[in-house]
Design a protein around this ligand. Structure first.
Ligand SMILES: Cc1cc2nc3c(=O)[nH]c(=O)nc-3n(C[C@H](O)[C@H](O)[C@H](O)COP(=O)(O)OP(=O)(O)OC[C@H]3O[C@@H](n4cnc5c(N)ncnc54)[C@H](O)[C@@H]3O)c2cc1C
Length: 411
């Protein structure tokens, strides 16, 4: 049974947050800021490392650029949040416990699950063995070390989505002696407006990035990628950015997950099978009026804040409010000196307006650098950070639709 402020007892309500990424850290920092003068709530944050990984900048790490050292211990000093550095190996959703490094057990009253996602390296043969990813700072650094050893040669980027485009342009700009080829099913930037897409292709052309689209990579070999139909593309190194995979921990715990292993949530971001578990960020399957959300930092941070707000509402005996979110932009870096920013409707379809060149570089950098100072503000002035675009009519859902949340399972 949950405590109310009037029934504060010697046993605080234990909130355990898994993952200090954009979503999990937002949840922990916001909840800490809102409860700093209370002793009836105890927050524990579990993360693989003690540093915050700026995933939005991993293509910079992958080209040997130094990023700021963002230390979670400094951010959380004096907040009361206990930071546990370790690898989550299991969740027991019935016993309400989390195993860390297979040796420590943490108990929770409410869990916030934000373990994020990684590139899918399992569906195409040879990716695990022969390709690099941008899943962590360490992965990006390994790739950077490989690039540094190449004087000439070809870098193949597997996957022509936004991560692939950002990586390809960054590599082409930093290593002009290397050939860079983007290989994937779709045309790069296909979901941007016509003008923004044309600008993107001008920049790709200027940087000499080759594009092979409309193809399926069926195997990654030590020195090439093999395409369906029998062709191969020679590669001295392959960077894999395609597909999304989440940790199997949620499914193994018996939580209801979708086809991708993401936790299926109700309108308030609670697991539909285990309402004492909130799911946030890339690890959550979240449906809005326009359809399922896809993983972004843009949407991930609001999910973390919403989960924290909802838990605090529940502790007061109130029902959490429905989560609503609408996209506003797709900011895309094209190396350090160019960018394109596509403004979008709440359902992520493009508006006519977009920015290019220096204004877009400034905009992209402002967006990318904002999370860490925002986390700091959350710990001190949380109420100033609980704002995000709610999506207007795009996200309004009837009571009937929300009641059928559980039927979204398996999407
Ligand atoms: C190169 C690149 C560029 C991107 N650019 C953009 C962009 O411009 N805009 C945008 O909106 N999105 C962008 N994204 C997507 C964005 O980074 C993700 O949507 C976002 O990071 C999701 O946040 P999250 O908190 O769910 O997960 P993450 O940020 O991935 O955080 C998950 C955290 O959990 C930890 N973790 C995972 N498993 C375990 C475990 N078992 N035990 C302990 N800790 C664990 C990880 O170490 C990590 O700290 C980009 C992604 C990449 C790779």
């Amino acid at each position: 049974m949950k405590e109310t402020p009037n029934s504060r007892s010697a046993t605080p309500h234990r909130i355990v947050v898994l993952g200090a990424g954009y979503a999990g850290l937002a949840a922990a920092a916001f909840a800490a800021g809102r409860t700093k003068r209370r002793d009836d709530v105890q927050i524990t944050l579990v993360n693989a490392g003690v540093r915050f990984t700026e995933r939005l900048r991993l293509h910079m790490t992958a080209t040997g650029q130094q990023l700021a050292d963002l230390d979670l211990r400094e951010l959380l000093a004096d907040t009361g949040v206990e930071l546990v550095c370790g690898w989550v190996t299991a969740v027991d959703a019935d016993a309400r416990t989390v195993r860390v490094d297979d040796r420590r057990t943490l108990s929770y009253d409410t869990l916030i699950y934000g373990l994020g996602s990684v590139a899918d390296t399992t569906t195409v043969a040879g990716v695990e063995e022969h390709a690099y990813t941008l899943d962590s700072a360490r992965d990006a650094q390994s790739f950077a070390a490989h690039l540094d050893r190449l004087e000439t040669g070809t870098v193949v980027i597997g996957g022509s989505g936004l991560t692939g485009v950002e990586a390809a342009t960054e590599i082409a700009e930093q290593y002009p002696g290397l050939a860079v080829v983007l290989v994937g099913r779709g045309v790069p930037g296909a979901h941007l407006s016509t003008g923004a897409q044309a600008y993107l292709h001008t920049v790709l052309d200027r940087l000499g990035v080759g594009i092979i689209s409309g193809v399926e990579i069926v195997k990654v070999l030590p020195d090439a990628v093999a395409l369906a139909g029998g062709d191969t593309v020679a590669a001295d190194v392959v960077l894999w950015t395609s597909g999304v995979r989440v940790s199997p921990i949620a499914a193994a715990a018996g939580l209801t997950v979708d086809d991708h292993g993401r936790i299926v949530t109700d309108h308030a971001l609670r697991s539909v099978s285990h309402p004492d578990v909130y799911a946030v960020g890339d690890a959550a399957s979240i449906v809005q009026g326009y359809g399922p959300m896809h993983g972004t930092c843009q949407g991930g941070m609001p999910t973390g804040v919403h989960a924290a707000v909802s838990i605090l509402r529940e502790l007061k005996g109130k029902e959490p409010k429905p989560f609503r979110f609408g996209y506003i932009h797709i900011p895309l870096s094209l190396g350090r000196s160019d960018a394109v920013v596509q403004f979008t409707k709440p359902d992520d379809t493009p508006r006519r307006m977009y920015l290019t060149g220096r204004r877009a570089v400034w905009y992209k950098e402002t967006v990318t650098s904002s999370p860490w100072p925002t986390f700091m503000r959350m710990t001190k002035y949380p109420r100033t950070t609980a704002f995000w675009p709610h999506g207007g009519r795009y996200t309004r859902r009837s009571d009937k639709e929300m009641a059928s949340d559980a039927t979204y399972s398996g999407r």
